[in-house]
Design a protein around this ligand. Structure first.
Ligand code: G1P
Ligand code: ZN
Length: 539
């Protein structure tokens, strides 16, 4: 039976950089998920006759939210819902399944790389028919709806069993339970040279992949160990858990510490990689060697010809403004299009849809291509393995050659966490106001060439977005300031530091960027305003 339930609005259902992301405890409030989902359905004029994809990274509340969304979809007249077995689907797989089925939309229940569990975070990413996350114009409309919602529709029915593959009915809606790993494996096989990578492992190559107790465990086990023949035990933490076993599933030098320590030990494997909660982020390591995501994007782009799916040529490449300029030098050398967009994967989608770009990436451990409309963690790792298999070179050799050819952008992100929201907003507003006056000023060894907000004019839909403030120095160094749009604990100020070197390649990035970090604190008056003399997290 379809029930119409009266509800009262929440005022905080505004999507951030990637969907709605909140503390689990907030999401557990009465009608919280229901209000948000109905606000989406209403914003798109209903879902009658439509097909959606649904699944999540398995974190706490995944199971409950999935049942709610299926029952609401049935009550709202949806024709079909394609759901990952047991409610699991990685973000890249969801995007692929959405595109393959020409579906109208999709939900991935995840707070990405944020911790999970009752005291962690939960989230809902909403994708549109193009396979990418919903554009800002639509999320604004959804937010408006959520602030005035009075009722939602839900089917009264027992919970759906999602353990068996195949189709079943929920009211008048068809539910198809799919096996997501197989979907994903097929896509990877169609892109990369699996036989070459298999040969690499057969010749004794070793790897360590940390799935961080999150969604990509089963994918990694299947691809790396079963199909490609990496030694047993190469894939770590491969059983997805509701609280990620207490891990913070963010693949970076801080949170993937166990892997990093291993890769910097004398027992290190030849290659190290990790993914985040929902499988769209990646970290790349060689023996005692770390590749920044900015460099990784540049290196992958420069080596596209080794990959079967790209060898006949690529369109351009794009990066978020905060990401280092390394890939820009590659784009220039390859003579392909090059775009700088605001932070957030959704800004790449129009460029992919219009064949302006093939590859794109962000400094926040996100790399991907137009095979889907999300970033893709395992894809990035396979890309590296494919280059290694084709060239016979190590991660370090490939990266060193790259720096010799193009120079090196020393790059780091400094995060100042848990700042009072008003303090953070005022810091940014005051900084923006003083940008014009910085031009020509000298801070230690750095002289400001130009300082301005980053404004992106989308060449496809004509929309304009302001995101972050950039200070350019005369020696090609840059500082980007912006506030996080995914945090759930006060405000996080992100400061991105970049310094370009054409000769010194083997220095410690933290040391190389120390004085620029001081300059960033001075320019934005960070200690005075936040009481913080140092960043909380350096990545
Ligand atoms: C962060 C990253 C951004 C990424 C997003 C979703 O957003 O910085 O690059 O697209 O997570 O994974 P932020 O918190 O900075 O708004
Ligand atoms: Zn993610």
């Amino acid at each position: 039976m379809i029930k119409t339930v009266k509800t009262t609005p929440y005022t905080d259902q505004k999507m951030g950089t990637a969907g709605l992301r909140k503390k689990s405890k907030l999401v557990e409030q009465e009608n919280y998920v229901e209000n948000f989902v109905q606000s989406i359905f209403d914003a798109i004029g209903g879902v009658k006759g439509q097909t959606f994809i649904l699944g999540g990274d398995g974190r706490y509340y995944n199971k409950i939210a999935i049942q709610k969304i299926m029952k609401m979809s049935a009550a709202n007249g949806m024709k079909k819902m394609i759901v990952g077995q047991n409610g699991f689907i990685s973000t890249p797989t969801s995007s692929k399944v959405l595109l393959k089925n020409h579906a109208d939309g999709g939900f991935v229940l995840t707070a990405s790389h944020n911790p999970g569990g009752k005291n962690g975070d939960f989230g809902i990413k909403y994708a549109v028919a193009s396979g990418g996350q919903c554009p800002t114009s639509l999320s604004d409309k959804i937010f408006e709806n959520s602030k005035k919602i009075t009722e939602y529709k839900i089917l009264e029915a027992p919970d759906v069993d999602l353990s068996n593959l195949g189709t079943q009915k929920l009211g008048d809606m068809e539910i198809e339970v799919i096996e997501p790993v197989q979907e994903y494996v097929e896509m990877m096989e169609s892109i990369f040279d699996f036989p070459a990578i298999k040969k690499l492992f057969a010749n004794g190559f070793t790897m360590a992949f940390d799935a961080m107790n999150a969604v990509t465990g089963p994918y990694a086990l299947k691809i790396f160990e079963e199909i490609l023949g990496a030694p047993k035990g190469s894939v770590w933490n491969y059983v997805p858990m509701e609280d990620f076993g207490g891990l913070h599933p963010d693949p970076n030098l801080i949170y993937a510490k166990k892997l990093v320590d291993f890769m910097y030990s004398d027992k290190a494997a030849d290659f190290g990689g990790a993914n985040d909660g929902d499988g769209d982020r990646n970290m790349i390591l060689g023996k005692k060697f770390f590749v920044t995501p900015s460099d990784s994007l540049a290196i992958l782009t420069d080596n596209y010809k080794y990959i079967p799916a790209y060898k006949n040529g690529i369109y351009g490449v794009a990066k978020s403004a905060a990401t280092s300029t390394a890939v820009g030098r590659v784009a220039e050398a390859l003579n392909i299009g090059y775009y700088e967009v605001p932070t957030g994967w959704k800004y790449f989608c129009n460029l992919m849809d219009s064949n302006r770009i093939t590859f794109c990436g962000e400094e926040s451990f996100g790399t991907g291509s137009s095979h889907i409309r999300e970033k893709d963690g395992i894809w990035a790792i396979l890309f590296w393995l494919n280059i290694i298999a084709a060239t016979g070179k190590s991660v370090e050799e490939i990266t060193m050659e790259h720096w010799k050819k193009y120079g090196r952008s020393y790059y780091m992100r400094n995060d100042y966490d848990g700042i009072d929201i008003e303090v953070a907003n005022k810091l940014m507003a005051d900084l923006e106001a003083k940008l014009p006056s910085l031009k020509g000023k000298t801070f230690g060894a750095y002289t400001v060439l130009e300082a301005k907000p980053f404004i992106y004019n989308d060449p496809v839909d004509g929309s304009s977005t302001k995101n972050g403030l950039i200070v350019y120095f005369t020696d090609k160094s840059r500082i980007v300031f912006r506030l996080s749009g995914t945090g759930t604990n006060g405000a996080t100020l992100r400061v991105y530091l970049e310094r370009y070197e054409t000769e010194k390649f083997k220095e410690d990035p933290e040391k190389m960027l120390e004085s620029l970090a001081d300059v960033s604190r001075e320019i934005a008056e960070i200690p005075e305003r936040t009481g913080k003399v140092k960043a909380d997290v350096l990545t």
